[in-house]
Design a binder for this molecule. Structure first.
Ligand SMILES: [Zn+2]
Length: 109
């Protein structure tokens, strides 16, 4: 998945900032979301698949805040990982979902 620079969540356009946080001495957090300010930060010092996973996490954080779902961090992480597995394994993140659908259809009895 290409990490976008902007993403619309709940009708709001969020800016996505990327930085190597290990260089700035603020290592530890892979990403953060400020839903009130429409911003998401991602640490570029992580493998591409983790970066995608982290973006998904921050999107869920934004939805959690907007919708007042009151999900705890552990639940958000579980949703993140479960959703990422589906999106990744079905190649939806790579924009190959239709090709994948055809393969799955051809395997159906
Ligand atoms: Zn979180």
């Amino acid at each position: 998945m290409k990490i976008p620079t902007k993403i619309k969540i709940g009708g709001h356009i969020f800016d996505i900032y990327k930085e190597d946080r290990s260089k700035n001495g603020i290592d530890g957090k892979l990403g953060s979301c400020n839903a009130a300010r429409n911003t998401i930060w991602l640490d570029t010092n992580q493998p591409q698949t983790q970066l995608e996973n982290t973006l998904l996490h921050e999107i869920i954080e934004a939805i959690n805040w907007q919708q007042q779902l009151e999900l705890d961090h552990k639940t958000i992480s579980q949703l993140e990982n479960a959703l990422y597995q589906v999106l990744h394994d079905n190649e939806i993140l790579e924009g190959k979902a239709e090709k994948r659908s055809k393969i799955l259809r051809s395997k159906a009895p």
